[in-house]
Ligand binder design. Sequence first.
Ligand SMILES: [Zn+2]
Length: 463
Amino acid sequence: MQKKKMKKKADWLTKAKKRKAKKKDRGIVDVIMLMRHFFKELPQWLDEMTDPRNLSYIIYTQSDLVLMGILKNMCAVKSMRSMEETFNEQQCIDTLRLLFGDQSLMEMPHADTLNYYLERLSPACLANVRKKMVKSLIRKKSFYRSKLLGKYWRIIIDGTGLFYFREKHCKNCLVTTITREEDGKEVKLKRYYHKVLEAKLVLAPGIIISLDTEFIENENEDVSKNDCELNAAKRLLERLSRDYPRRPICLQGDALYAAEPVMKICRGHGWKYILTQKASRQKVLSESYDWIAEGGGAETVEGIGKEGGSGEYINHVEKTAGKEEEANMYRYWYETGEANKKEAHEFQWITNIELSKKNLDEMIEAGRGRWKIENEGFNNQKNGIYDIEHLNSRDSNAMKNHYLITQIADIIMQIYLSFSTLRKEIGQSIKNTSSRLLESFRSHTVTDEDVSYITRYTTVYLE
Ligand SMILES: [Zn+2]
């Protein structure tokens, strides 16, 4: 009885709190405010891109088109057709005109107009705009707290499949052969697909943004071997070193990247790495580690990590293994479940950060965080609000640009999510936050007063 009453009161409190929080939520106005605060020059950066269109027929500016695409993603509008329908509101047109400075904007651009443009725009242009956004975020001191060991920016690389086709889709498609049984006979069939490699930057525990993208694709149809994640990683890492010179970086990745070429690139740029270790990937290192540990040469720390498990490490295993690249290795394990049904969990990593009893806890957290970020990252983008696997255009150039627009939108969305009072106070889901944003974009008339309020805003608190 007592319990029931308590619950009722809690419900009532939550409802009142919810109503109050909803009143404070300003949807599109908050988004515009945050964009102005963090990326004031975004419309200008977009308009400065090399315009691929015939300039005498232009109605829309580049920022009109791309910003519409960004809002499509943030408002979780799935297809290009429904974007045209959904955004065809006077309020949407007014908002874009008022806030992004194109006074001549009279109608929302058609979906075909956006696709025509994205088929021609060089993806390097959008990648460059994202770079400017990331750099302006890094410059803000507000994100320094999340650096590893107080020093290193954590960069996580991970690949995923994006599109799969039964028929050849373009000359850059990756190709695989599958075997299938048809009428009792084995038939070999070719399948075509596109993959992407992402470098994510951890800005804050809840803000993990797209730093760079490398499309995994074949140069032409005649290549004998498919492009692969590891080759794409080499291209991506070289570019990162050029784009972000002298930044203290710690690269993280799964066992696929625990390979000497990757470690060598890191050494060349003075970067640190934490890579997942699997015996199947680094056999000699693994054997050497076990051998040293059996002889009592490993340091151990008990009651460590979130689960209070066991930690163990050995520095410079590469010397025993006769390897060139620095390999300090560490393990973490813990058990869950009842005494008769114990389940063991174990993790192991390779790093070129010197391990100590003092930093082991943070190193374990960093290693495990990588896995969580990867899982949530692509999952959110595939099954959450963006649906990156949805084909907005069959054109392979437009496909890349749509993907990059999603990554840019995600940067703004993550900042909005961590700012949103509804998220913070009542734990509103990402999907609901996104639909409320759409609602306000469609119905809110952003006034001059809103704009002046925005310009007066000086401090933005995140997290
Ligand atoms: Zn293709």
